[in-house]
Design a protein around this ligand. Structure first.
Ligand code: RIB
Ligand code: CA
Length: 308
């Protein structure tokens, strides 16, 4: 597929799985790299391979970090199940990884391609390690579009969102990297784009194998939100980071200076945005504040239904 050249760094994860399908229709995916996050690395990698297989995507998949830089590894089985992709029956996966050095793949891909977007939608461990090992790659990037953080309440703690909380030291390296353009889709944004029974029904109505598989994923994902938060809607976090690259006109952004709390007892993993009027802090990030959720969901459903 033509479109912006991206490296999708992910921890599938139900919403990561949809981000893969969406990105394959709107971008040129140079590589998918996997990281420990929603589930242990071997599961997030197996899930990325599963999604590539069922969608018929011939995209290199490279496994990366199996633990954060400093804090202990943590996962999200309540949201995604122990497999990271609980719900529908899993087909046998024949796809194998193209390598186990995601960091090397990220570095090599950026050094050999111009105008690459890094799209991290899991903990930022791989990205931080690549930046630390090869600082030259930062200025070569077209940009970084990440799902992570929040302006407002977190989801893992009152102040922190999972991707940033899971590896706050990596996140601080990325936010402080000086990347030419950074877009942040935090929880304040992603909770505007929610899956409900109507979307699930429209996927099933299409009759395709892949839409049916995704409908099964959403059944599980939505049930978790109904149980935990008494909500009949489940936020589609990770596709937002893809759309912020491919269709920025769907969003309203605000340029802010953002840093990550790495040591706070109550605030570990908090993305601290300087929103003071007249602040002299130089912005390092375009925070997404609004999304045209109707248009975005239509694009996501169309992309998923485009697979048979
Ligand atoms: O907090 C939401 C984020 O954490 C999403 O990327 C989801 O997949 C999990 O990784
Ligand atoms: Ca994710």
């Amino acid at each position: 597929m033509t479109g912006p050249k991206i490296i999708l760094d992910c921890d599938p994860g139900h919403d990561d799985a949809v981000a893969i399908l969406l990105a394959a229709r709107h971008c040129e995916i140079l590589a998918i790299t996997t990281v420990s996050g929603n589930a242990p690395l071997h599961m997030t990698t197996a899930n990325a391979l599963l999604m590539c297989q069922i969608a018929g995507l011939d995209v290199p998949v490279h496994a990366g970090a199996d633990r954060p830089l400093l804090v202990p590894a943590a996962h999200a089985p309540r949201a995604h199940g122990h497999s990271g992709l609980d719900g529908p029956p899993r087909p046998e996966v024949h796809r194998t990884v193209n390598g186990n050095d995601a960091v090397g793949c990220i570095i090599e891909t950026i050094r050999t391609h111009d105008d690459v977007w890094l799209v991290p939608v899991g903990p930022l461990t791989n990205v931080a390690l690549a930046m630390r090992q090869a600082p030259d790659i930062v200025e070569r990037l077209a940009g970084i579009s990440l799902m992570g953080g929040a302006i407002g309440p977190g989801n893992v703690t009152p102040t922190a969102e999972f991707n940033i909380w899971a590896d706050p030291h990596a996140a601080q390296i990325v936010f402080a990297s000086g990347a030419p353009l950074m877009r942040m889709a935090g929880l304040n944004l992603t909770h505007q784009l929610c899956v409900g029974p109507d979307v699930i029904a429209s996927l099933r109505a299409s009759g395709g194998t892949v839409p049916e598989f995704v409908a099964g994923l959403f059944d599980f994902y939505l049930a978790g939100y109904r149980e935990r938060a008494d909500l009949d809607a489940a936020p589609l976090h990770d596709p937002c980071a893809v759309l912020a690259v491919t269709l920025p006109a769907l969003f309203e952004f605000g340029a802010r200076h953002v840093e990550v709390e790495t040591a706070g007892e109550l605030t570990r993993g908090m993305t601290v945005a300087d929103e003071r009027p007249g602040t002299d802090a130089d912005p390092n990030c375009e925070i997404a504040y609004r999304i045209d959720a109707g248009a975005a969901m239509e694009l996501i459903v169309d992309a998923v239904c485009s697979y048979d």
